[in-house]
Design a protein around this ligand. Sequence first.
Ligand code: GTP
Ligand code: MG
Length: 390
Amino acid sequence: MKIKKYIAKDYQTALKQAKEEMGRDAIILQSRQVKRRGLLSFFYAPQVEITVAADNALQVHTDRMRKSPASTPAPAKTDSLITAQTNTAVASRDDELLSELQNMKGLIEDIKSSMYELEQIGGLPEQLQALYEILVNNHVDREIALNIVSNLSSRLSESGLEGYNQARELCLLALQEYFCEVQPIEVAPDKKGTLVFMVGPTGVGKTTTIAKLAANMAFTEGKDVAMVTLDTYRISAAEQLRTFAEIIGIPISVVFDNTDLGTAIEEYKEKDLIFVDTAGRSPNNQEQIEELRGYIDTAHPDETILVLSVTTESSDLLHIYQQFEKVGIDKVIFTKLDETYHYGTILNTIHEIKKPIAYFTTGQNVPDDIEVPDSNKMARLLLRRDGTLS
Ligand SMILES: Nc1nc2c(ncn2[C@@H]2O[C@H](COP(=O)(O)OP(=O)(O)OP(=O)(O)O)[C@@H](O)[C@H]2O)c(=O)[nH]1
Ligand SMILES: [Mg+2]
């Protein structure tokens, strides 16, 4: 920042000099009257002194304010030197106005879509309006819920059925269609070394789900199973899986890099099924996602399963999927269904990502709290009122 003083016979002249030298976006830090020095000073009028600062960064900022449609009108050329205090005040007011405008824009969009929705819903029979309400209460996205009940409207009049129960039956069928893509892990009888990677954000239940699946595959389906863990970030992580492996009675390898991973997979190639547990990854950490992709590209798993917790909001689930999609996702598992009453998030996510669901997990108990999704049960859960199935 450059600071300089100008003394002239009056304010306008000092201003002109400053403007010519320091540029028109210079800022006046101070202005005051000064008396002339010397014996004859008494005979002369006092002069004006202005202290002026010029700064490139400030200049850019004032230029931006001038261009911004939301800012106060740009000062006329002759008024362009403003005090530092005024400049700061205008800048913050400018930002406030901008953010208020953004909020208002968002509100108008919300109001517009709510009005559209009301219009559409208002034109539907009462029983469909009631079903729409239930779906939305169960956290089904409004647009999807509207779509479902609007489609039902024509089917309802075609079938000549008008009552609430008939409408509900048709709605159940429509909802079931969303859950028709169910694909549990497949182990072909004649294939050895089926490799399954479990990936996902932290704490969603990857390790617990592997333990449940490994135990079920070993005990119920009689498969020869092995486990590998790449989660060496926390000491307790490998121990957690090792404990499960010991209880179930299956081998486990803890691996630190791609070479170890290759060796472990080679070692277990005669097993029916190899589960690979991975460390929880933040969807916002590109480096971690890349590292994960490196392992998956080397190992070429038969299935890469993304584990998602239903306690996460729909918009976050979608963001998580979009980040993990980079490693190649074949199917998803939704965990912690026991921790919510609002299953709309599952429907919203499936509708967007269009991937099959492999399993739901419903509690912490190994190996019991896991199930293959049942589309009929899921549809009923989405149509329950106040947490009760009706
Ligand atoms: N309520 C409930 N808790 C679960 C479920 N599945 C796992 N958990 C619990 O969630 C917590 C985290 O489970 P982990 O299996 O360690 O999760 P993770 O994804 O392996 O976690 P990181 O390896 O740290 O990323 C544990 O307390 C589990 O018991 C479920 O279906 N319902
Ligand atoms: Mg884990």
